[in-house]
Design a protein around this ligand. Structure first.
Ligand code: ATP
Ligand code: MN
Ligand code: MN
Length: 368
């Protein structure tokens, strides 16, 4: 018998929501370069270009091995000419000259610093950059009036830009649980976002709160926030009503009740015990952590859970799949079937995948 050495050919479905993407990435050199270019496009508010690079990076993230030659990529979806040039550059030269020069550009560096301020998006950062503001000190000297979020963002800049550890996320979970149970016994708290996908660090901690009895969750957020405030856990918070509107026969509740779906973007004060030598024992020190809280009625819980678990690209691809392949509209509230002109109910993520004609992908495999 003869054996031939053939290159490993990769293949993958073109929708990220049909792929199993764990945190094990065999192509970090490639995906990091493509992510820099995606980030740069997003900072330039070029969403189309950003998504194209994100999709290319996501395809490489799910490959079972490191890419070693361009031939292996034949037949893979989502790899456009530009992404292919970037990959070729890295395979041939060990790095992408475009990603490297982007990373070192004054504009990219400045926009990263400025959008690192909580409450500052790409638009604001770009405006400031064009006014010659490239650093935090230049911003402070500029005399610009900052809103409350931005003031807090600047005040806690260093802490907020430090990754949140799983240990810190667990400590925050305990606090949130205590707060929620103090104001509504029986309410349920679920960790969502990157930590639910198994990530060991995050830029924030995300929670979804519900109550098994529909309607019991009403008015919960302000009470939770008051409790947290009274205990001194909040450095900043802004509660916003969800603007989502739905027709009267939507799942669970009439349109007039829809504005009860609330979200709170906050900054928590987390005290940690830090050992400062055996004689003195321990001394308290504090850090600031970004926390997102969402309250959902139980009838919408599965949709909210799916929508807040991410990754962002996985979510985007789920909605694209629903719209383009199934004539359905998926949101964090509901799934609407355009052909049947009705909402499809679901009480678990598994049911939503089934409605969408997709194999179930668990959270740890949604790291696209
Ligand atoms: P990280 O570890 O960096 O926090 P993450 O995946 O948790 O990563 P987040 O920005 O916290 O990222 O978002 C978590 C999820 O919440 C994402 O899937 C995103 O789609 C969803 N999400 C974030 N902001 C909104 C929003 N304004 N409306 C609806 N969903 C949102
Ligand atoms: Mn998060
Ligand atoms: Mn978040």
């Amino acid at each position: 018998e003869k054996y031939f050495l053939l290159p490993v050919l990769f293949s993958a479905p073109s929708y990220a929501c049909k792929r199993r993407t764990t945190l094990k990435n065999h192509n970090t050199l490639l995906t990091e370069a493509l992510s820099i270019l995606a980030e740069s496009a997003e900072l330039n508010e070029d969403e189309g270009r950003g998504v194209a690079f994100r999709r290319a990076a996501a395809v490489l993230k799910c490959l079972p091995k490191a890419v070693s030659s361009m031939e292996q990529l034949r037949g893979l979806p989502c790899l456009g000419d530009h992404s292919m040039r970037v990959i070729k550059d890295i395979l041939e030269n060990g790095a992408s000259s475009e990603a490297e020069s982007t990373k070192q550009s004054e504009r990219f560096k400045a926009l990263k610093v400025l959008t690192g301020i909580f409450g500052v998006g790409a638009k604001t950062a770009d405006r400031w950059f064009r006014e010659g503001i490239h650093s935090l000190s230049q911003l402070q000297e500029s005399g610009h009036t900052l809103n409350q979020a931005q003031q807090a963002g600047l005040q806690f800049y260093d802490d907020i830009n430090l990754p949140v550890s799983k240990t810190e996320a667990d400590a925050i979970s305990e606090i949130v649980e205590k707060a929620v149970h103090a104001v509504l016994p029986g309410a349920e708290i679920t960790l969502t976002g990157g930590f639910r996908r198994g990530k060991l660090t995050g830029h924030d901690v995300d929670f979804l709160i519900t109550h098994p009895e529909e309607g019991k969750e009403e008015g919960l957020m302000p009470k939770v926030v008051s409790w947290l405030e009274s205990q001194g856990f909040l450095l900043y918070q802004k509660t916003t009503r969800n603007s989502y509107l739905e027709s009267k026969d939507g799942p669970g509740r009439p349109a007039s009740n829809m504005d009860r779906f609330e979200r709170c973007l906050s900054i928590f004060k987390l005290t940690k015990d830090r050992c400062v030598g055996q004689k003195q024992g321990t001394k308290q020190s504090a850090t600031a952590v970004r926390v997102d809280l969402v309250v959902s009625p139980v009838s919408q819980f599965a949709f909210a859970l799916l929508g807040w678990t991410g990754s962002k690209l996985f979510e985007r691809e789920l909605r694209r799949w629903a719209g383009h392949e199934k004539a359905m509209s998926l949101s964090s509230h509901a799934l609407y079937d355009n052909k049947q002109s009705r909402y499809l109910r679901a009480s678990s993520e598994e049911e939503i995948f089934a409605h969408l004609g997709l194999e179930y992908i668990p959270p740890t495999e949604r790291n696209a």
